[in-house]
Design a binder for this molecule. Sequence first.
Ligand code: NAP
Length: 261
Amino acid sequence: MNISLKGKKALVGGSSDGIGKAIALQLANSGASVTLVSRNEDKLKKIVAALPTSAGQKHQYLVVDYTNFNDYKDKVQHFFKINTIDILVNNTQGPSAGNSLEKNIDDYQSAFDLLFKTTVLTTDLALKNMIKNKWGRVINVASVSVKEPLSYLALSNTIRAAVVTWGKSLAADVGPHQITVNNILTGYFDTNRITNLNEAKAKQLHISVDEVRNQMEAKVSLQRIGKPEEYGYLVTFLASDNAAYITGTAIPIDGGLLKSM
Ligand SMILES: NC(=O)c1ccc[n+]([C@@H]2O[C@H](COP(=O)([O-])OP(=O)(O)OC[C@H]3O[C@@H](n4cnc5c(N)ncnc54)[C@H](OP(=O)(O)O)[C@@H]3O)[C@@H](O)[C@H]2O)c1
């Protein structure tokens, strides 16, 4: 099976690092022109310069801060006034850690703005061109916590469920336009996010970071943390014509972390 995204334009959220960067790289490797999004312009510039261009790809970046919704709205609306895209990967940084007793209503509102409102806004703007072209891909980076809530991640557990249910509803509504919408239930991946969460957990439990990581790996059937490029392969497949009949799904990529069916 050959995957070619030649001529397709993708926008990937949170893509100067971690999962988003790996997705951007694989999409570009398959021929897509990619717009990278994050806060750090220097990092974005360097990544854009390093992405492949042999299939005529034209890469660019957009500097935003997802934690300031009004500012994000202005910037992304301006972006879509002068750009169109075919493939949208909704990915932002995760909300802060903590259990339900530590979070108040303002924390839930902030997490809602960060994860849900940015996703719906960006998708609405991207859909206009997808509907016109009768082709489009919307891929939401979610979490296994939608099926089995993770300890100490009350905000993520709660709001990601809303994103996935919205994605499922949207899939039915845009299906007649040959646009697919899929949610990815992310397990453990080797990124800064996991390093930071593990450091916080080690402090809380008075154990070493290595011990936290060992415990994490022991929960996974494959006994290891995922590599970001493995995530990029799944997204690239879902973005391709080969995945035209896959929509409305919530696909785990977790090495067997989830124990439920
Ligand atoms: N890694 C895992 O094991 C795992 C598991 C389940 C779910 N997830 C979820 O997957 C998503 C990606 O995680 P990751 O592990 O790839 O995280 P990461 O390595 O920390 O990368 C986060 C990306 O988002 C950007 N970013 C962070 N804060 C931002 C802000 N306020 N505005 C704009 N861009 C921002 C970062 O770039 P700048 O700092 O340059 O802005 C970076 O490119 C998160 O929502 C996370 O909760 C991850």
